[in-house]
Design a protein around this ligand. Structure first.
Ligand SMILES: Cc1ncc(CN)c(N)n1
Length: 216
């Protein structure tokens, strides 16, 4: 079994919880409130900026230039392709009262930035994989289960689309290649990083659904 397949199986419990989360159920039915979606898009636009930095930093550690370029192109796509989707939405959605990242969003981006800055290449790459793979699987799942005339169609089309699918395949191949050259201990660290980022993915949806605020 591929290393990435084992990661998926070990973390299927969290993926099942994501699929049953009201944010995802309501995104698929089109009934998600505009306030919640708007909160999510604003938080995600902040997230994408930091995510792109974490991708670029991870790229600097790649031992071969082909893989460096791949990480840099992922960073570029996060800012241009996903960023454009968010900019288009932000122009038409209600403005947010709360400025800056929510507690969960900040925790997630700081985790990715710290991991990409301070941990080995293999661990950084594993921490970034859920950001690709979970969105692809959630996008595909929603596309297959969505209601007609869904107001969030552009979002669904981006993550269930061919361009995003190609990035995900590239990222999976990269992580499998890195794992094949890693020791058992390194693979264990990769597993831990993958699970932590998967937990943060769940928390990101959950915090958007609850319009999470700073308590003080
Ligand atoms: C929180 C989060 N995770 C992942 C993705 C997909 N790059 C995203 N846009 N936002």
């Amino acid at each position: 079994m591929k290393f990435t397949e084992s990661l998926w199986q070990e973390n299927a419990d969290i993926y099942e919880k994501i699929l049953k989360h009201p944010f995802i159920l309501e995104l698929a039915s089109g009934s998600l409130s505009i306030d919640r979606f708007s909160f999510y898009i604003y938080q995600d636009s902040l997230y994408l900026n930091e995510f792109a930095t974490a991708l670029a930093v991870t790229g600097t550690k790649a031992p071969v230039s082909k893989d460096k370029l791949t990480f840099l192109s992922f960073a570029q796509n996060a800012l241009l392709v996903e960023g454009l989707l968010h900019e288009n939405y932000m122009d038409s959605l209600p403005k947010q009262d709360q400025k800056g990242a929510s507690p969960s969003a900040l925790a997630y981006t700081q985790y990715l930035l710290a991991t990409s800055s301070l941990k080995p290449y293999a661990v950084s790459a594993a921490a970034l994989l859920p950001c690709f793979w979970i969105y692809k699987r959630v996008g595909d799942h929603i596309l297959a289960h969505q209601a007609a005339n869904n107001p969030y169609q552009n979002w669904i089309n981006t993550y269930a689309g061919e361009e995003f699918a190609q990035s995900v395949s590239q990222m999976l191949a990269l992580v499998d290649g890195i794992a094949a050259q890693s020791t058992v201990a390194e693979r264990d660290s990769m597993r831990q990083a993958y699970r932590k980022a998967t937990q943060y993915e769940y928390m990101f949806w959950d915090s958007a659904y609850h319009l999470e605020k700073w308590p003080v």
